[in-house]
Ligand binder design. Structure first.
Ligand SMILES: [Zn+2]
Length: 208
């Protein structure tokens, strides 16, 4: 191989490299364009992987906190499901029956963000009960029928909302209340952050 052909070969390799570089750059640009215009060139599986990667617990906590804030500041409205829940229990200290497991803890946080009131979710074998509390309490103990159902273990207090921010603090009333009908534990959801904690009738069980 003479010097001339070595130079030519190198030039040829360089040309291939350049060509690949240009092709890759064009591909990246096309993908960026497609992405920014809402056109995704990726397959279903690739998209799923990307979405799962994005949906880290921290990212979803942050997005819940932001959407609760925009509801509270009336920059955004409740979604259809939550609107229909609220439309059936618009008044304080009233409740309504819904189909089993149709209400989630997080729904209570959104309803509280929208109204400034506490909400509680009670659940039986075949139904969910949504209780609309007042500004700082869920006075379920005032409701004879609900107390009868709780005392006979036909329903459980699954969760109630609190306006607590970073740390959710169960009150002694919360613990005494579930203890009064023999329930060991229940949950509280923050209407600021959407975070959920489990608390116990006996405060020392929270530490386990
Ligand atoms: Zn409470």
């Amino acid at each position: 191989m003479d010097l001339r052909s070595i130079i030519d070969d190198n030039r040829h390799d360089q040309q291939i490299d350049e060509h690949e570089k240009i092709q890759n750059a064009a591909k990246t640009l096309a993908e960026e364009f497609a992405h920014s215009n809402g056109i995704c060139t990726k397959t279903e599986d690739e998209r799923e992987c990307i979405l799962q990667g994005l949906a880290t617990p921290l990212a979803s906590e942050e997005s819940t906190r932001i959407s609760l804030q925009s509801i509270r500041e009336e920059r955004d409205g409740l979604n259809k499901h939550r609107q229909s829940l609220l439309s059936r229990v618009p008044e304080q200290e009233k409740w309504s029956v819904f189909s089993h497991e149709s209400i989630e803890d997080k729904d209570l946080a959104y309803l509280s963000a929208a109204t400034g009131d506490e909400f509680a979710l009670l659940r039986g074998k075949n139904e969910d009960i949504l209780y609309h509390g007042s500004r700082a309490h869920c006075h379920i103990e005032k409701d004879e029928l609900l107390m009868e159902l709780l005392n006979t273990h036909k329903i459980r207090l699954e969760c109630h909302s609190h306006p607590d921010y970073e740390i959710i603090i169960p009150s002694q009333d919360d613990r005494d209340f579930i203890a009064s009908f023999g329930q060991q534990s229940s949950r509280i959801v923050s209407s600021y952050t959407g975070k959920i904690i489990t608390f116990h009738a006996n405060r020392f069980d929270d530490l386990v």
